[in-house]
Structures are given as C-alpha cells and as structure tokens.
Design a protein around this ligand. Structure first.
Ligand SMILES: Cc1cc2nc3c(=O)[nH]c(=O)nc-3n(C[C@H](O)[C@H](O)[C@H](O)COP(=O)(O)OP(=O)(O)OC[C@H]3O[C@@H](n4cnc5c(N)ncnc54)[C@H](O)[C@@H]3O)c2cc1C
Length: 381
C-alpha cells in the first residue's frame, strides 16, 4: 500500500513514520517551499503527545531540543497570584510536558522522517484529488500529480482536502482571539525556565516561559472581532496590557508584536473520511491552542491510524475504526479548549467573578487527577 500524505507540519511526518512502522509506504507533499516553520513560535508538547512520539521512537530529540515545563502559575492582571497547577500530568516514568520552538519541532520530525527513507516533496499544494475506485490521484497547483492507494490529509485547520472531500463541511470557527508571540532576551523581561506564567489580564491574556538559553518566550491573546486589523498592532496591544501588574505592556512597547494570528477551532465534522481519503490532525478536529493539545492529538492520530490500517481488513474499515476510536477523545479536548478560550475573552463582570473563583478552582485542580483522561492517554501500535 502507498499513502500520499498532504502536509508536512506536525501530523504529516508523524503519520508517515507511523505508517512506515507498519510496512506502508508513504510520501509527503507540502505546499510550501520548505516546511512551514515559525507559525505559532513555540509549542507545548504534552505528555500524551510525547508518549505518542515515543511509540514512534521520535521523542528523544524533541525532548532534548525542548524545555521541560511541568508547572504553570496563574496570575490576575492586578498581580494577584491565583494559584499553581501542573502543566499536564507527568507519566509514571516521570516524563513531563516539554515546550519547544515550532521551527525545531518541524525540523526534527522532518529530518527523522527523511532519515527513515520517507520522501518529502515541497512546493506541492494540493488543489484536487480524484478517487478512481482503485487508486487515488492527488493534483497539485504546479500541474504535477501523484498516485497512491490512500490519501491522508494532514493539511491543517484550513484543510483543502476537507473542503474537497465534503464541500458542506463546516468552516473553522473563530474563537474571538488574535494570537501574538515572540522571543526576547532582555534582563528586564526574564522568565523562569520550565514554568509557564499565565496572566488573565484586565483586557487580554499574556503568557511567558523561560528557555534554557535565557530567552523569554511569550504569547498574547487579544479578544478582537475577526478582521478588525489596525494599521499597527503595537499601540493596540500596549493599550490592552497597560495597567496590568507585569512586564507585558513594556515588552510589547519595546518589541514589535509581529504576525497576528486569528485563532480557530473546528466544529465537529459529519465525517472524517470518504473512499480512499481520510482526514487527520487539525484537518479533522482543530482545537484552539488554549489546551496546548493540538500537536499532541495530531501525533496520537498518526499512531492510531497506522494501527487501524495494519489491523483492519481494508482501508475503508480502517478509516471507520480510526474515526470511531478518535472522535470522542478529540471532541472532548476541543470543547475543553474552547471553554478556556472563552475565559480569556471575559468581559469585566465575568473577569471579577473569574478572579474570585479561580484560586479555589486551581487549588482543587493542583492535586487532582481529573485531567488524567487527557494527559495520560496512551496510544499504541
Ligand atoms: C498560535 C498557536 C499556538 C499553538 N500552540 C500549541 C501548543 O502549545 N501545543 C499544541 O499541542 N498545539 C498547539 N497549537 C496547535 C498545533 O499547532 C496544531 O494542532 C498542529 O500543528 C496540528 O498539526 P497538523 O499536522 O494537523 O497541521 P499543521 O501542523 O498546521 O500542518 C499542516 C501542514 O499542511 C500544509 N498544507 C496546508 N495546505 C496544504 C495543501 N493544500 N497542500 C499541501 N500542503 C498543505 C501546511 O503548509 C502545513 O505545513 C497551536 C496553534 C496555534 C495557531
């Protein structure tokens, strides 16, 4: 069997490696001239995602390039410490969540796939596919095509494959937040390595964590109507954070905020597959970044899809089994993440209530295992 994999972000190379493990040939086709590095700046890879990478024997380099980030401290915009919670639950062997630059994660996964003999073709933007019944043909913007037995979409939240598979599929849902991020090395903005500091500010949300090389990796979530893009984001962001009791406004004043990224998640789809084509990762179930789970879910998908293709009597049975196993879990994460995103876009009244209630909530959450379903989930081949 040969699989055409569309997209070389997080899930694409992971899927190729998982398929390779079960003896399925794979080739990856990426729209950009090189992998789309940089978008989103840095990522939290939760323990469930690291565990899925471990199944593929691809976790070591990711962990070595990342920062162990087992803790999260929450603050209000007034400077009140609301509480501390683990950043995901550690696994039995002590493995904890790690934070890694997105460009490093992409490079590691891409190089690992290449080292295993998996070809990656760049500059191949899928524009159409044809399922002939006996094979599937992928057509690319540059006029070339490729033929395989199955086509696996790993082309992200704005998936072209999804729209081609089901033109009625819902569009991604804007969660009401623009995301900004960056890295600074400046003694005025130092941040503790290994600890996320998350600030529910008066008007917007700010997070930062220290890298092992003395940088501060930061992000901001600004509640804003979609498309309401000012000529310059800097004064807007400085205004949003001015008055919060931390360095966010000053950091933004001195460092241009860079690209603004509207944040989406995906309403549940009617179906994840059709004929020889299957959707995975964000193409099937994008979650907002608030849960820090999207990449981990894409890697879990890779492992589960490979197992289903190995064990089921044919590709259609495999895709159906894959969807059945994955859908309840990922939809639960998407809903969980959306709830967190909503608290970041809180109005003044909700904010007061949130700051009052959150310490009690965090105290309870610090010691309980109620998120074990998310972080201790284990996929296997
Ligand atoms: C700001 C931000 C912060 C985030 N933070 C986290 C986090 O901390 N932890 C976490 O787990 N997740 C996080 N996520 C989510 C995470 O990035 C995604 O869930 C994850 O990358 C999904 O992997 P994927 O392979 O499905 O899609 P992607 O990684 O988006 O990869 C899709 C790939 O497909 C390519 N492509 C698109 N269209 C085509 C086409 N037509 N033909 C060929 N190729 C195509 C793209 O160029 C891209 O390389 C964050 C997302 C954002 C936006």
């Amino acid at each position: 069997m040969k699989a055409l994999i569309i997209g070389c972000g997080v899930g694409g190379p992971a899927t190729a490696m998982a398929l390779h493990r079960v003896g399925i040939e794979a080739e990856i086709f990426e729209a950009y001239g090189s992998a789309a590095d940089g978008v989103g700046w840095f990522l939290n890879i939760a323990t469930n995602g690291l565990n899925a990478l471990r199944v593929l024997d691809a976790h070591r380099k990711v962990m070595a390039a990342g920062v162990p980030t087992p803790r999260m401290v929450m603050w209000s915009g007034t400077g009140k410490r609301l509480g501390e919670v683990p950043n995901g639950l550690p696994l039995d062997d002590g493995m904890v969540s790690h934070t890694i630059l997105r460009s490093d994660l992409h490079a590691i996964l891409r190089d690992e796939a290449t080292a295993r003999g998996i070809p990656i073709a760049y500059g191949k933007r899928l524009v159409a596919f044809e399922d002939t019944g006996s094979e599937v043909v992928a057509r690319f913007e540059d006029g070339t095509e490729a033929t395989g037995d199955i086509l696996v979409a790993a082309d992200g939240v704005h998936s072209r494959t999804r729209a081609l598979l089901d033109p009625q599929a819902p569009a991604p849902h804007y969660v009401g937040l623009y995301n900004f991020g960056g890295m600074v090395k400046d003694p005025d903005f130092e941040s503790e390595p290994g600890v996320y500091h998350m600030v529910f500010g008066k008007k917007a949300f700010f997070g930062h964590v220290g890298s092992l090389t003395g940088e501060t990796w930061w992000f901001a979530n600004l509640p804003r109507a979609l498309g309401d893009v000012p000529p310059d984001w800097r004064p807007v962001l400085v205004d949003a954070f001015e008055g919060d009791a931390n360095f966010s406004a000053e950091l933004l004043r001195r460092n241009p905020p860079g690209m603004a990224l509207p944040i989406y998640d995906l309403p549940p789809l009617r179906t994840w597959h059709g004929g020889r084509v299957v959707l995975t990762g964000d193409a099937a179930h994008a979650t907002s970044p608030s849960s820090g789970q999207g990449a981990s879910l894409a890697i879990e998908d890779a492992v589960v899809l490979a197992r289903c293709l190995r064990d089921a009597p044919g590709h259609e049975a495999a895709f159906a089994r894959f969807e059945k196993e994955r859908r309840p879990r990922v939809e639960r994460v998407v809903a969980y993440s959306r709830r967190i995103s909503n608290t970041k876009a809180a109005g003044p009244l909700t904010r007061v209530v949130r700051d009052l209630v959150m310490p009690m909530f965090l105290k309870k959450a610090a010691g309980d295992e109620s998120h074990a379903w998310m972080y201790r989930h284990r996929v296997s081949l």
